[in-house]
Ligand binder design. Sequence first.
Ligand code: HEC
Length: 653
Amino acid sequence: MRRALLTFLIALLPISGYAMRVDNFVLLDHEGDAHELYYHGDASAVVIMVQGNGCPIVRNALTDYKALRDQYQDQGVEFLMLNSNLQDNRASIKKEADEWAIDFPILVDETQLIGESLNLIRTAEVLVIDPKGWQIVYRGPLNDRLDYERQRNEANEHYAAKALDAVLSGEAQAIEVAQRDSIGCLINFPERNQQHAAISYSKTIAPLLQENCVVCHQEGGIGPWAMSDYNMVRGFAPMMREVLRTKRMPPWHADPHIGTFKDDRSLSNEELQTLVHWIEAGAPRGEGPDLLALADNRAVDWPLGEPDLIINIPAAEVPATGVVDYTFPVVKNPLDYDVWVVAAALVPGDRNVVHHILVGSTESDDVEDQAERGFDNYLHGYAPGNESAEMPEGTGVFVKAGGNYQFQMHYTPYGKATVDESKLGLYFADTPPANFLRQTVAVNPMIKIPANDPAHQEQAYITFDKDAILYSLVPHSHYRGRSSNFELKYPDGTSEIILSVPNYDFNWQRTYHFVEPLAMPAGTKLIHRTVYDNSVRNPANPDPTREVPWGLQSWDEMLYGAVQYAWVDERSDAPIHDQQLSETYQFIGFMDKDMDGKLVWSELPRDMKKRLVQGFKAVDKNGDGGLDAEEFLAMRRDGEKRKPEAAAGAGGE
Ligand code: HEC
C-alpha cells in the first residue's frame, strides 16, 4: 500500500522529494503574533490548514475545520492555518479573517519558503503533523464533503479526524492513507523549479553575508564562528538555513511591518529567498573570486574610533559556575570640566561572561551612596549586538565635572573562571549640542506572572506632559518575555503601535532607534506591554511552577521599556526638565489600570492606602476623586519639606 502510494505521489508531484519531516520555522500570523512550530513539541498533534484569500473551498471548509478543533483541542491538538499565497499579505488576510470569522492564527509565509518546503500545491489542504519526529502523517482534504461546484450536506469520510485518531492512539505509522488528492485553489510558487544552483556565491551570496552577517561572524566578533571563506559558509549552510527559517539570525526581532529603525539587520524577503534557495541547491561554489576570503574582516575594539575618554571598569573575578549577583562598580569621573557626551561604547573584557552592562553618571561625589542607586544621567547599555551608540543628531548627555561613573554589571558564568576587565569609551562634542537627550523608563515593579500561564500580559505607561520627540525604545524582560510592544496614545484619542517585538529573545537586548524620530504632542501616553510565557513549553523558562514577581535577576521578571526622548522646548542652555515630575508619571503609569491619568482609591497599593487613609481628600486638591501627577508631586514636595533628609535619596532612573 505504502509503496503504491509513493509511486502515485511521485507521479503526481512536479517536484522532487516529498516533505515527510517538517523542519522548524517561525512565522508571524495575520495579527503580527509569532508562532514557532517546534514550540508545540509536547502537543499530541499539530494540524495546519492551508488558507488562501478568496478561495471558495477554504471558506466553505471553515465550519468543518472549526468542528474538528472543537472535537480535538481538549486532547492537546494544536490548530493553525498557513497562507503561502503570492498575492495575499497581512492586511488582506486580516480582512479575510474578519469577514469570514476565522479565529485560527493564519501564519503568513511571506517568503513562500515554508510553503515550498512543505510541497504545498493547493489551498484547503490539511496537514496533520505528529510532533514526535515531526512527521507529516496525513495530507489532503479535511473530509469528503467538498468538491469543486458541488458539496454534500455531510461528509461520509473524515480523513483528517481519522489521521488524528491514529496519532492520538499512537498508531500514526499505521495510517492507511497518508496522502489524498486535495481540492482547493492552486498556489503560485514562481521560485519553485528555478535553477537555484545558478545563484552565484561569488556575486550574490558572499556580498550578502558580508553586508548582513560578517559584522558579528568575523575574527574577534561576537558570532560563534567566522564567515572567513566559502568552506566555512558551506559547512554551516544547513545551520544557516535553520536559523533563517526560525528567525534567529540575523538577530533582529522587530516586526518588519511596523516602524523603520536604524541599523535594521533583518534580511528582505528577497534576500531570504536567495540565501535559502542557494543553500537548498547544495550551496554551490560556482565561479568567481571569494569575497569573504579576500576581505580582511576583523572586529575592532572601538568601531566609532578612538574615544575621548576611556574608563576602565574595576576588574571582577567571575567564578566558573553559579549565579553572580549584579554588581554596581563606581569610578570617579577623572575630568574637572563639564562635557557633552554624544556617543558611548562599552567593550566587554570577557565576552563569554558579560551578559550586560549599563552605565550612567551620578553627580554626587559620595561613592558609598552610589551602589544600587539610579543614575542621574543614563549613558549607554551594552549587550551583544549593542556595543556602541551615537546620540541622536543635535542631542547629547550633559555630564558635570566631578561626580562618578556608575555601572551595573551582570555576569553569567560559562564553565571557566575568568577575570573581566571591561572598558567604557566616551565621545564628547566640541560645542554643546542644541538639546539634552533625556531617558525614562516605563516600568512596572508590581508585576505578578501566574504559574504555568503561557501568555500573561503586563503594562505600564508614561505621560509626556510637554511636546517631546521620541528617538528610541528598548523592550526589556527576562527568560519569560514572549513579546513586547510600544503604543502611542495621542491627546486626540488616536493611537498607533510604533514598535512590536513578537518573538522576544532575552539573549538580544537591542535599542530600536527610529529612522524618523516621532513627535509626541503634550499629553501623549507611551504604553509599553509585555506578554510573558511562564509555561513548560517555553524552553528558557527556569521554573514554570512559580508565580514570578519583579526582580533584577533573570529568574525573576521585569517590565521595563527604556525610552530616549527630548523636550521640544528645551535648550542645552535652558533646561526645563523636571526629574521629580518625570518620576511621578512613571509611578502613576504602572498603577493607573484604566489609564485615565489619575489614581482612584482602588488603584492605590496597600501601603499607600494606609498612609492616605486620612489624607486622601487633602491631597486630591481638585476634588475629582483621583490623584493626578501634579497632586502627587505636591504631596511628595510637601513631605520633603517636612523631612529634608528623605529628599536626598530620591532621584535617578
Ligand atoms: C549582531 C551580531 C550577529 C549578526 C548580524 C549575525 N549573527 Fe549569527 N550569531 C551571532 C551570535 C552571537 C550567535 C550565537 C548565539 C545565538 O545563536 O543566538 C550566532 C549564531 C549563528 C548561527 C548558529 C550557530 C550554531 O551552531 O548554533 C548561525 C548559523 C548564524 N549565526 C548565521 C548567521 C547569518 C546567516 C547571519 C546573517 C544573515 C548572521 N548569523 C548574522 C551573532 C550574529
